[in-house]
Design a protein around this ligand. Structure first.
Ligand code: ADP
Length: 221
């Protein structure tokens, strides 16, 4: 059970919202799930702390649920962009401490940021990028975009790196990429020895500018 038991509210029990709600609940947090569709709230009710069928564009409803007392509110309404924007706006006006909103597209994301969402997420776009990297290079296990042009990726050590060390590989000079950790047999080493030889099966956690990471990916393909 997490030490600091945060209270989460998730609005919109579509594929994304229900997955967020379930995961938070499994991690031991209190989760209030809200959806306008009663079937959706019924489906999730046994898996979260509380599930309520309600329209989140109705300010009175949100007030009655005490939504501004939650540490984090996730707005996971996708298709209905108007409802997503109205909900975020109302939450902001009610001074919800942290609003995370899911955007369908760039423009939707911009509006959500402008009206004060603390974090805007693009699950489909980001997952698309990750899958693309994964498909083009089987060595790339995971890919996370950071702010701006930077990304982190996890790379299974390519055959040509096995037996060499980080000094010889010189990825910082050659590709502008930094190895921030090496995972070996599911143990993460966050200060890898630059003289240590890489083994087959090791996973490098690399941070760098997106274009540099692509160059690195291609160079060892
Ligand atoms: P996904 O793409 O993650 O499946 P959807 O956009 O399909 O997301 O689903 C969003 C959910 O949000 C739906 O279950 C829908 O009933 C719910 N929803 C839409 N508008 C409102 C609203 N005003 N109040 C509460 N829930 C809403």
């Amino acid at each position: 059970m997490p030490k600091n038991k945060k209270q989460y509210a998730v609005i919109g029990m579509g594929r994304f919202g229900s997955s967020v709600a379930k995961s938070l609940s499994q991690m031991g947090f209190n989760v209030l799930a809200i959806d306008a569709n009663e079937n959706r709230t019924q489906e999730i009710s046994s898996l979260v702390t509380q599930a309520v069928a309600a329209d989140s564009t109705d300010e009175e409803v949100l007030r009655a649920l005490g939504i501004s007392n939650f540490d984090v509110v996730v707005v996971a309404i996708g298709q209905n962009i108007q409802a997503s924007i109205l909900t975020t706006l109302i939450l902001k006006e009610m001074n919800a401490p942290a609003i995370i909103a899911k955007a369908q597209n760039e423009l939707h994301g911009k509006v959500l940021s402008k009206i004060g969402a603390d974090k805007v997420i693009f699950p489909e776009r980001d997952m698309g990028t990750r899958v693309a990297h994964n498909l083009t290079s089987p060595n790339i296990l995971d890919y996370i975009e950071l702010s701006g042009d930077y990304s982190i990726f996890e790379m299974l050590v390519p055959a040509r790196m096995v037996g060499r060390n980080l000094i010889e590989l010189n990825l910082r000079q050659k590709y502008g990429c930094n190895v921030i950790a090496v995972r070996r047999n599911s143990k993460m080493n966050i200060s890898p020895d630059p003289h240590g030889r890489l083994w087959e099966g090791d996973v490098l956690v690399v941070v760098g500018e997106r274009d540099d990471l692509v160059q690195l990916e291609l160079a060892f393909d």
